[in-house]
Design a protein around this ligand. Structure first.
Ligand code: 13P
Length: 252
């Protein structure tokens, strides 16, 4: 079975509900009929209900940017899977490097959140990636393989079908520095080989691996042409309808 491209926007902490409605209303006709990839927008929690409503009847799917692992309780500031489910969320980003860097997220909490999200029936965009010092020290492969192993610990082969791995080198996020298509493909290949070790060759062939880090309308086609890159997780360029549409078009 050929892998399907998944082009996902990560809006991070951008756009109000009113701006969300305006954006999706403008984007929908631009990406209509571009059905050779799955199109996802991961929006701030408060925008999800508006986004789901605006995306009804379109080929745009809506995701969140995190989810807590407990069902409910005294976890101030957190949001549970059933809360997100009830308002129509289909995808959830877990383990983004900004969560790891600024909010103390660890491979252990990433693993717990991933399990909870899969149990609730979400598709998970699981983020891994090395910092600049790791790349310069030549330990990218080991580090990324370790993240994949720890983040997927205890997750069944069946549940893995709902996991998409996003390879996001931290040094390429929001910096305008993109990994070269060769660098990105090589590390996505390491991720695929790690999945093969854990779940077998068939699972490794099927799993969708995205690249993220300054992907834009100019570089998307070259990145997406690589064998191990099955999509993109896009920050800045997902906030512009033209650029995002161009990336979706590059995945056709
Ligand atoms: P940029 O595309 O802005 O570099 O962000 C990438 C990213 O972090 C997506 O999750």
């Amino acid at each position: 079975m050929a892998r399907r491209y998944v082009i996902a926007g990560n809006w991070k902490m951008n756009q109000t509900p009113a701006q969300t409605k305006e954006f999706i209303t403008a984007l929908a006709p631009m990406v209509a009929g571009k059905d050779n990839c799955d199109i996802v927008l991961c929006v701030p929690f408060v925008d999800i209900a508006t986004a789901v409503e605006a995306a009804k009847g379109t080929n745009i799917h809506i995701g969140a940017q995190n989810v807590h692992f407990e069902e409910k309780g005294a976890f101030t500031g957190e949001v549970s899977a059933n809360m997100l489910k009830e308002i129509g969320t289909e995808y959830v980003i877990i383990g983004h490097s900004e969560r790891r860097q600024y909010f103390g997220e660890t491979d252990e909490t990433v693993n717990k959140r991933t399990k909870a999200a899969l149990a609730a029936g979400f598709k998970v965009l699981l983020c891994v990636g090395e910092m600049l010092d790791a790349r310069q020290a030549g330990i990218t492969d080991e580090l990324v393989a370790m993240q994949v192993k720890l983040d997927l610990a205890g997750i069944s082969a069946d549940d893995l079908k709902n996991v998409i791995i996003a390879y996001e080198p931290v040094w390429a996020i929001g910096t305008g520095l993109t990994a070269t298509p060769e660098q990105a493909d090589e590390t996505c290949g390491v991720i695929r080989a790690t999945v093969a070790k854990l779940y077998g060759e068939a699972a490794a062939k099927e799993i969708i691996i995205q690249y993220g880090g300054s992907m834009n309308d100019k570089n998307a086609a070259d990145l997406l042409a690589k064998e191990n890159i099955d999509g993109g997780l896009i920050g800045g360029a997902s906030l512009k309808t033209d650029a995002f549409t161009a990336i979706v078009s590059a995945a056709q």
